[in-house]
Design a protein. Structure first.
Ligand SMILES: [Zn+2]
Length: 411
């Protein structure tokens, strides 16, 4: 394939400036002014980011095929590209959870056979009695029951299991199983999974990260009261990062109505308006490190029955324009939470380097148009589950183009 030059406003973690990116054999060879005649030029309304990554999704596919009516690797990849996302990391709470070498390899074989343009990183699951895999993978530990069977019923059991995972990267779903049990008969989904569940689990996860020398990540963080705990351990130098989802910064409990309640159900649940503001602030000030969606597709019929989770891949890029245009995030900060930090998270497990507009990084780009609004409609979605919590909402901008290894793909 011949070299490709993409020209426009380049947005990376350290600066925003007009320039060109030269991509050859799928890799960025040079970045700068005057590299040659551009093949693709984007005007000043557009920002060119290193390909964005969503490091928390549920693509639902495994050898049992029990959940492929919700999503598959292929439909998740189509939704990702539609949303401007070039790489994803897929969670392990499948019916045949990838918790050992054989089950992980079986899931990976399905993925390889699908030949997708989107790069997947597969998490390994940590469940009662599991041990690290032979190969290097990121892990996910579910403390309490959420969706799927992969969870611990006591924290002592999780502690004993984590002792075997020293030095590994472990992501935590922070909801304390004992406290969830205590609140299980409360009136609403939000009250059944209150603040204290996440706070208590945060304290426990941070203690585990320190005790077992893990590289820790807190998933879909949602309670403002927990942020000082994260800031404190980061200040101490512990390797801890945190994700924040689009739903926890866009919706809050004040927006729940009897009509939208089933659609606004996820774990952890929507929190108060103050928590929502605190999460926005955390993404801005560096307490949180990733905009990660927890894309959790369920069919419309399943949602009507009260299953937890929202799909978000199709709308990733348009949602980011809401952060940029309406919430005043700088392009540099967006480059950090959507490109560079997700890249840093998956790069140890991939042959390519994601996340920066620098020579040697993969030639994949996400280009957002900040002046072309996008109204979310059910018909336009690529996710197999066929709905979005943002239907009827107009974002201020949209995905102008996605490049994967130098090739411009239709979005
Ligand atoms: Zn999840």
């Amino acid at each position: 394939m011949k070299p490709v030059i993409v020209e426009g406003i380049l947005a990376d973690v350290d600066c925003v400036r007009p320039g060109q990116v030269l991509i050859e054999r799928g890799v960025i060879q040079a970045v700068g002014p005057n590299l040659g005649r551009a093949d693709h030029v984007f005007d000043e309304h557009c920002l060119i980011f290193a390909g964005m990554g969503d490091i928390h999704i549920h693509a639902r596919e495994d050898v049992t095929q029990k959940e492929t009516h919700k999503e598959t690797f292929s439909t998740a990849a189509a939704a990702a590209l539609h949303g401007g996302v070039v790489h994803v990391a897929d969670m392990p709470n499948n019916p045949a959870a990838p918790i050992d070498d054989a089950s992980y390899a079986a899931k990976e074989t399905l993925l390889v056979r699908a030949h997708l343009p989107v790069t997947f990183t597969l998490y390994g699951g940590i469940g009662p009695g599991t041990r690290p895999l032979m190969r290097n993978v990121p892990y996910k530990a579910y403390m309490g029951p959420s969706v799927g069977e992969l969870f611990f019923s006591t924290l002592e059991e999780l502690d004993r299991t984590l002792a075997h995972y020293q030095g590994q990267a472990v992501s935590f779903h922070c909801e304390d199983p004992i406290l969830l049990e205590k609140h299980k008969n409360a009136a609403t989904h939000e009250l059944r999974r209150p603040h204290e569940c996440e706070l208590s689990a945060t304290r426990f996860a941070l203690a585990m990260i320190e005790k077992h020398r893990l590289t820790g990540k807190l998933c879909h963080y949602s309670v403002g009261e927990g942020l000082p705990l994260i800031r404190a351990v980061k200040a101490k130098g512990l390797p801890v990062t945190a994700e924040v989802t689009p739903h926890h910064v866009f919706f809050d409990t004040a927006q729940i109505t009897p009509a939208n309640r089933p659609w606004m159900q996820m774990n952890p649940p929507l929190r108060s308006p103050n928590d929502r503001q605190a999460m926005l602030h955390a993404l801005r000030d560096g307490t949180a490190d990733y905009l990660a969606t927890d894309h959790a597709p369920h069919t419309i019929a399943e949602k009507e029955k009260g299953v937890s989770g929202q799909p978000h891949l199709d709308t990733y890029g348009p949602f980011v324009t809401w952060l940029l245009v309406d919430q005043g995030f700088t392009p540099e900060r967006i480059a950090a939470i959507c490109s560079a930090n997700p890249g840093e998270f998956v790069n140890p497990y991939q042959k390519e380097k994601f996340g920066r507009l620098l020579p040697g990084f993969v030639g994949s780009l996400t280009i957002l148009d900040l002046k072309r609004p996008m109204s979310v409609r059910r018909e336009g979605l690529k996710t197999k589950c066929g709905w979005s919590p943002f239907e009827g909402i107009t974002f201020p901008g949209s995905v102008a183009a996605v490049f994967v290894r130098g090739e411009r793909l239709n979005t």
